[in-house]
Design a protein around this ligand. Structure first.
Ligand code: PLP
Length: 373
């Protein structure tokens, strides 16, 4: 076997032995909550489609109309000829939605997170990052060439200690966290981190990918968002002040050297904003559903639409996932390196569209068959 293939095969065998090998499973989603895989129709608690908008008729119609008008692809980077007319509308709408001065839309949340720190920082600078921050935020931190120091999860005192030790030796400092943590569902202490940032002249960046509370947050000058989760489309963005956004357009490599989003994706995101603005109550529903579930299972009260059920070993998480599949539920096991070793888990994501009776049935199964062991 060529050494390259031998290397890959051995790596895969290691992963298999540790129950960490992953596979792509063809999955057909035809409405917001049901997924067909392996010939079975399952009620999914593993989609980030919090408001059920990926299949919404108004979003589909907007995407189709945009394709008819502007084509399927943007054809070039936004800085060249890919900045089709829908972009300006989306950025203005997002800025109003988040209560920020301006917005820059990137190709995805991952690309936004990979590009922002690099556009702002260099070798003389410092990044403090929550240890549980999303992979894309770590990618961005590393690409920036700044010194990177993790602080313990949501531990403001630890961040303050690291700043006291290191701040003065660096030009600029960026503090990076998630407003809602993607695998734990808990919230960052943003007011406290903002106060710390103010005191030490650091810049605070929060990733709002899973945050369904959209209002202004003047104490967080850099806010990342995605069009790919609650908004049901595809793409990512930074909400910030006008000069910061203008700098992104000039310096962020993941914006400049990547093709603009397809017009259909941008149009669908605009239609999603229309819908949420007309019906703001919609965005409050996933949290209410998650709280019903945590009440019924005696788990700590949900702080967001995401509820973790930590199993420990990867094999235990896989087994719990299979058990739920037998009951008609799709809850994908989350394993290292997505989460720290020894904390493999079920991650439940609640949608506005989940029927209450099904949440009750899921809670019974989790309580009686999973938490009891
Ligand atoms: C999903 C996710 C991203 C990436 O967003 P995409 O638009 O899917 O690329 C970034 N940050 C967090 C916290 C996420 O969960």
């Amino acid at each position: 076997m060529p050494s390259l293939d031998q290397f890959a095969a051995e790596k895969l065998a290691d992963l298999e032995r540790a129950s960490l090998r992953r596979a792509l499973v063809p999955t057909r989603r035809s409405d917001g909550i049901w997924a067909e895989r392996n010939g079975r129709r399952l009620l999914s608690f593993s989609c980030n489609d919090y408001l059920g908008l990926t299949q919404n008729p108004a979003l589909k119609a907007a995407a189709i109309a945009a394709i008819e008008r502007y084509g399927v692809g943007a054809g070039a980077s936004r800085l060249v000829t890919g900045n089709h007319p829908l972009y300006a509308e989306l950025e203005a709408r997002l800025a109003a939605f988040k209560g920020s001065e301006a917005v820059c839309v990137f190709g995805s949340g991952y690309l936004a997170n990979s590009g922002v720190a690099q556009a702002l920082l260099g070798g003389e600078d410092l990044i403090l990052i929550d240890e549980l921050a999303h992979s894309s935020l770590w990618t961005g931190a590393r690409l920036s060439r700044a010194e990177v120091q993790p602080f313990r999860h949501n531990d403001v005192a630890h961040a303050a200690e690291l700043l006291a030790q290191n701040r003065s030796a660096h030009r600029h400092t960026l503090i990076v966290t998630e407003s809602v943590f993607s695998m734990d569902g808990d919230r960052a202490p943003l007011p406290e981190l903002a106060a710390l940032a103010r005191k030490t002249d650091a810049w605070l960046m929060a990733d709002d990918a899973h945050d369904l509370e959209y209002g202004p947050r003047p104490d967080v000058p850099l806010r990342i968002g995605t069009l790919s989760k609650a908004l049901g489309s595809y793409g990512g963005y930074l909400a910030a002040s006008q000069p910061v956004i203008e700098l992104m357009r000039n310096r962020a490599r993941t914006l400049i050297y990547s093709t603009g989003l397809p017009p259909g994706a941008v149009a669908a995101a605009i239609a999603a904003l229309d819908l949420i603005e007309r019906e703001p109550e919609l965005a409050t529903r996933p949290l209410a559903k998650a709280r019903a579930f945590t009440r019924l299972t005696n788990l700590p009260e949900a702080q967001s639409a995401i509820v973790p059920v930590v199993m420990g070993e990867a094999s235990a998480a896989l087994e719990a996932s299979r058990l739920l599949e037998d009951e008609g539920f799709l809850v994908v096991a989350i394993r290292p390196p997505t989460v720290p070793a020894g904390t493999a888990r079920l991650r439940l994501a609640f949608s506005a569209a989940h029927p209450d009776t099904e949440i009750e049935r899921l809670a019974t199964v989790v309580r009686e068959k999973i938490l009891k062991h």
